[in-house]
Design a binder for this molecule. Structure first.
Ligand code: NZQ
Ligand code: ZN
Length: 384
């Protein structure tokens, strides 16, 4: 096991009726900016729950954060915060709303000329506004991590940053708020969680059996619970189990002292930036092809996954690894997730060329051995 340090200051409040706990979690004397997306919270009652919980507080609103939140939109919120002297940010929505809020929190305190530098230059965030969230979509794990992914319309870029300063002070997770999710978003979230787990687990072995079993436990739970939520979207326990998988899927417990990958996300973000496909869809397309391409270096963990998650009997490591990849794609397809670029009207050859050119320009090297460069990415995307 490698050395590690873990820090996560987020208070997680999980369960039925959790939104009503807001008044205990928030300083009611502060001026609060409630940030949300395109209106799902108004249809499913979450907006009313939050407003009720914050009755008597000084609350402003900023709506319109898009899926794959846009830098341009976030900067409008920063202007409002400066004008209105807001003290605290409350994100109410999916990972996009929360990621947007994390960026807004950092941008509002940024002292340089252009907060976009936080995304392009990898600058350490020195300060950020405090934030909390009511998370409404199980997928990103953003509710218990320090990442945010922001897109810029003018340049077709999708870039991430990470900073301890943007950890949510609290995250409220009421699985009931996910009853209203469109099936497509439920599926996207399951696949995103599956792929986070793979990016954290499926590298090379450094003798971390507990972390591995956490990861394999998340995968098994997703496979077990996914059909239940798809059959009955109001199945509380299945929704709760899926949400907790998503949160644990990217709070990094399963990666402590071990080695991470993130190449599927790196390539997937480009597919979203160029073609606008959903984050979950981009991952479902890339992961099986990336695993095939990188099978040699991932074989041991793939074979372990085949046996532990899919019950594969073969003693042959290579055969078992192949089965893990096939069964992963079959699982995605079984829940209604399509796994070829052509399913989304995208030409694989053209996408591969675009990504190769961009990665070559940035000198990108992805994967646990930094072996996935522009040319290897070209091969992977060509096969998608
Ligand atoms: O905008 P509204 O009207 O709220 O509707 C949203 C949106 O259209 C809707 N929705 C959310 N909760 C709902 C709901 N509809 C009905 N009932 C509910 N309870 O769902 C749509 C998608 O929402 P979005 O927030 O975009 O989805 P998700 O949570 O999957 O977030 C995706 C974004 O997170 C980034 C992705 O790249 C993408 O930009 N990621 C963030 C990560 C992180 N912070 O650690 C890691 C991930 O790998 C990922 O990259
Ligand atoms: Zn993801």
């Amino acid at each position: 096991m490698l050395n590690f340090e873990y820090y996560c200051p987020t208070r997680v409040v999980f369960g039925k009726g959790a939104v009503a706990r807001l008044p205990e979690l928030i300083d009611k004397s502060q001026k609060i900016l409630m940030i949300y997306g395109g209106g799902s919270i108004k249809k499913n009652g979450v907006y009313d729950q939050v407003k009720k919980a914050l009755a008597g507080c000084d609350v402003l609103e900023f709506s319109g954060i898009e899926p794959n939140p846009k830098y341009e939109t976030c900067m409008k919120a920063v202007d409002l915060i400066k004008k209105e002297k807001v003290d605290f940010l409350l994100a109410v929505g999916g990972g996009s709303v929360l990621d947007g809020t994390k960026f807004i929190a950092a941008a509002a305190k940024y002292e340089g000329n252009d907060p976009y530098d936080i995304l392009t230059k990898g600058l350490a965030v020195k300060d950020a506004m405090p934030l909390g969230d009511v998370i409404t979509l199980p997928a990103t794990g953003s509710e218990m991590n320090f990442n945010a992914v922001i897109s810029r319309l003018s340049t077709n870029e999708k870039l991430a940053f990470a900073s301890e300063k943007v950890y949510p002070r609290f995250s409220i997770i009421d699985p009931c708020v996910t009853f209203s999710l469109p099936e497509k978003q439920t599926i996207n979230g399951i696949v995103d969680t599956f792929v986070h787990t793979m990016e954290l687990y499926c590298t090379y072995d450094v003798d971390t059996p507990l972390q591995d079993f956490w990861a394999l436990g998340v995968l098994k739970t997703l496979i077990q619970e996914a059909p239940k939520v798809l059959k009955d979207p109001n199945d509380y326990n299945a929704r709760a189990n899926i949400f907790w998988c998503a949160t644990c899927g990217l709070n990094y417990w399963m990666a402590l002292g071990s080695v991470q990958d993130w190449a599927t996300h790196g390539i997937g973000h480009e597919l979203t930036a160029f073609y606008g496909i959903d984050h979950g869809q981009s991952l479902a397309v890339v992961l099986p092809r990336l695993l095939k391409n990188q099978k040699k270096v991932k074989q041991e963990k793939l074979a372990k996954m085949a046996r532990e998650v899919f019950g594969v009997q073969s003693d042959d490591e290579s055969v078992a690894a192949d089965e893990a990849i096939e069964k992963t794609e079959a699982f995605f397809n079984s829940i209604g997730m399509k796994t070829k670029l052509s399913d989304y009207g995208i030409n694989a050859g053209e996408a591969a060329e675009k990504i190769r050119a961009r990665f070559a320009g940035r000198k990108t090297k992805l994967g646990e051995h930094e072996a996935i460069d522009a040319d290897v990415s070209f091969d992977i995307v060509s096969a998608c």
